[in-house]
Design a protein around this ligand. Structure first.
Ligand code: FBP
Length: 700
């Protein structure tokens, strides 16, 4: 029956069932919006009180003391619940307030719940409180573009991912003019407090704004956001104050789910190596968590590679020349490709010419020669912009123009015998790398002066070298596909040949016990195969190679086929896991407590995140004491220190210990783990990142 005879399209579109299945509002959305995250015990009281906690100390940077005098003496603040307050305190807590909130930097799942928590707490304290959301990130503050956040708006976004409600941006408040504009907006809106939800750079901004607006009594509170997980705060003696930034868990789980599916696919059609680059601008926290979640065959951790020591090279130098070869410390791109190839060859030998490799986005920063290039080019670009009061990238739009400028720098240094950051050796080395990679390294820095790793095809750089070296290993007869022993016996027997006769002629490891047999290294072509057979008297010079033997030979030739994937923006846009929903809602409540109790220059955090929810403690962490000097845009600036993977941490040590097991270069099955999709509700949704669980076990 055609549609014409049944129902018109117009009627069909009006049909309630059609409307239901084509609506934007599905069951998942309804459940997410309705979910009420549990709150920490202190927030079940009508009021909260702040207490300075001098137990936690920091090593203060002299420059931070100079530039942030009004907030440098801030302490860690504990929050406690109170049934009642004396009248003056109650009045202060409940006074009518205007609060502004802004998202800054890349989206991270859970941001909307920070707003929801802040909104709920502020309305509970005083229904007349107003919350403004600045649009499109810090630009919204500079241009006074804000909307009032209403109850219906908050309800629309509860427990949902993204920063869709008010959007985000990456503008840095890094000049006096921008500071003045920001202060102007806060004053115009009569804000009592400004909340900056952002990463290390944005929390740095929060500290400077807190200092700037201190005299005006406008409080500034930061919130630790970034999927990269590189805001982890410890005090001077290693007490954990903030175990992880929000959004990390969701992004890691989303990446892990997709990567685990690739593990399933590749071990089914057994023909691809999947190369998975995962976000994380500098630190490899996301890659580490993905390794724990999926047990992918190879996971590179940048921080680990930086510690690499080429022991053979070291020993050789001592033996030959009696000296230490310092170039054996740290890893080069070539070296790294050798390490990867070694694992690929080992798996191929047991018949597994497939697998999954996880590469952190920021890995290049930990590779010696690339790190040197990044630092040098950052400085050259920054110096050019400063000296010429212009923009390097607009003045040299094409790669060749940029290369010519660098060449000129090297030439000048040589001719005038001057010390220069870019010399002939740099220029020669730089000219040796592929064009697309030169382009990547010379690309425009972001507004904070950071190198934009997400824009560089890191995987292509590394895998290009891997492919080249695998070809060499193939030529040398080292990269071969192991032949299943039973397949060998069956094939030869079917062709009327004696497997036990030909076995020792063909294979290095012919033995009934070995499940996989490796063709001798010498056999790299039909010609060399025939040579060996003639030499061993198995056939005569004029004979042709028996078909079953040729079949076995062909089976042993591996082709290295890859599929490349980038996991970043997808996971960053996921709806939050239950952990991130609860974490961020409580962060929002914490922000309000800090504001209501008069704090400024503090970052809202939850202590004991690595433990069970019942032990979570909302706190305020002073931002200024966490700052130190770092090179940005070619000059030293005060910034919040990024936390990278600690190679002594238990989570890294566990991954390291399981490396061989997860590589699974044995005849046994792979050891993949299936984390499954983010489930949000239900028993099977884990309650925190595995890295945190492991670190907590070690601590206890
Ligand atoms: P934030 O530090 O701002 O949270 O952003 C982190 C990140 O997601 C990185 O992992 C990635 O390198 C970068 O943002 C990508 O930036 P962009 O959104 O500008 O492409």
């Amino acid at each position: 029956m055609s549609r014409k005879e049944s129902m018109s399209l117009e009627d069909l579109l009006k049909h309630p069932d059609v409307q239901k299945v084509t609506s934007n509002i599905n069951q998942e959305l309804v459940e997410r919006r309705e979910y009420a995250p549990p709150v920490c015990k202190v927030f079940t009281y009508p009021y909260t009180v702040l207490q300075d906690n001098s137990k936690f100390r920091f090593v203060i940077d002299k420059e931070a003391k100079k530039q942030l005098p009004n907030i440098i003496d801030n302490k860690v603040q504990s929050i406690t619940g109170a049934e009642n307050l004396e009248e003056s305190l109650k009045e202060k807590y409940c006074k009518k307030r205007n609060i502004g909130v802004v998202f800054s930097g890349g989206p991270a799942p859970g941001g909307h719940n920070v707003i929801a928590g802040l909104y709920d707490a502020s309305k509970k304290a005083n229904p007349e409180n107003k919350l403004y959301g600045f649009l499109l990130g810090p630009d919204g503050i500079l241009e006074n573009e804000a909307i009032e956040i209403t109850n219906s708006l908050v309800d629309e976004y509860r427990n949902l991912g993204g920063f869709t409600m008010i959007k985000t941006g990456r503008t840095k408040t890094d000049t006096k003019e921008k500071m003045a504009l920001s202060k102007g907006t806060c004053k115009k809106l009569e804000l009592d407090a400004l909340v900056i939800v952002g990463g290390d750079d944005s929390n740095t901004n929060a500290a400077f704004l807190a200092q700037e607006m201190f005299e005006d009594n406008i409080q500034v509170i930061g919130v630790p956001k970034t999927i990269d997980g590189d805001i982890q705060v410890k005090d001077a003696v290693g007490n954990i104050l903030c175990a992880i930034s929000f959004g990390f868990h969701t992004a890691a789980r989303a990446f892990a789910n997709a990567i685990s599916n690739l593990c399933t696919d590749c071990s089914s059609d057994v023909k691809y190596w999947h190369i998975c680059k995962v976000m994380g601008r500098s630190a490899s926290h996301l890659a580490l968590e993905v390794a724990l979640q999926t047990h992918a065959n190879i996971t590179l951790i940048g921080e680990d590679l930086a510690n690499y020591i080429d022991r053979r090279r070291l020993e050789r130098a001592v033996e030959m020349e009696g000296i230490a070869d310092y170039s054996a410390y740290g890893i080069t791109l070539r070296h790294l490709s050798r390490v990867i190839c070694n694992s690929i060859v080992r798996r191929a030998a047991v018949g597994k010419n497939y697998g999954v490799i996880v590469i952190p986005e920021g890995i290049l920063e930990f590779i010696d020669e690339i790190q040197v290039f990044i630092i040098k080019l950052n400085t050259i670009i920054a110096e050019y912009n400063k000296t010429h009061d212009s923009d390097f990238h607009s003045d040299f739009p094409l790669l060749n123009d940029k290369l010519e400028y660098l060449r000129r720098l090297a030439r000048l240094a040589r001719e005038d015998n001057l010390f220069s950051i870019w010399n002939t050796r740099d220029d020669d080395l730089f000219n040796d790398i592929p064009e697309f990679f030169q382009e990547g390294l010379l690309m425009e820095r972001d507004s904070h002066g950071n190198f934009q790793f997400s824009q560089v095809e890191t995987d292509r750089v590394i895998m290009g070298l891997v492919k080249d070296y695998l070809n060499i290993l193939k030529e040398k007869g080292i990269y071969k596909l192991g032949i299943d022993n039973s397949y060998y016996i069956k094939t030869l027997s079917k062709g009327g040949l004696d497997p036990d006769y030909f076995g020792p002629i063909l294979f290095n490891n012919y033995n009934k016990e070995n499940k996989f047999l490796l063709l001798k290294e010498f056999i790299i072509s039909k010609k060399t195969l025939k040579q060996i057979m003639v030499k061993e008297g198995a056939i005569q010079e004029n004979d042709i190679i028996p078909v079953p033997i040729e079949q076995i030979y062909k089976k042993s030739i591996p082709t290295f086929k890859t599929q490349v994937h980038f996991y970043g923006y997808d996971g960053r846009g996921s709806d939050p896991t239950r952990f991130d929903c609860i974490y961020t809602y409580n962060l929002g409540l914490t922000v309000f407590s800090l504001i209501a109790d008069g704090a400024t220059g503090q970052m809202a955090a939850i202590k004991n995140l690595e433990m069970d929810f019942s032990r979570w403690e909302p706190i305020g962490i002073p931002i200024a004491p966490l700052m130190h000097l770092e090179e940005r845009k070619g000059k030293l600036s005060l910034v919040l220190e990024k936390s990278i993977v600690d190679v002594d941490s238990i989570s890294f040590q566990v991954v390291k210990s399981f490396r061989d097991k997860w590589l699974a270069a044995t005849p046994c099955e792979n050891n993949y783990r299936r984390p499954g999709p983010i489930r949000f509700t239900g028993k099977s949704e884990e309650d925190r990142p595995i890295t945190l669980v492991l670190d907590a076990i070690a601590k206890s």
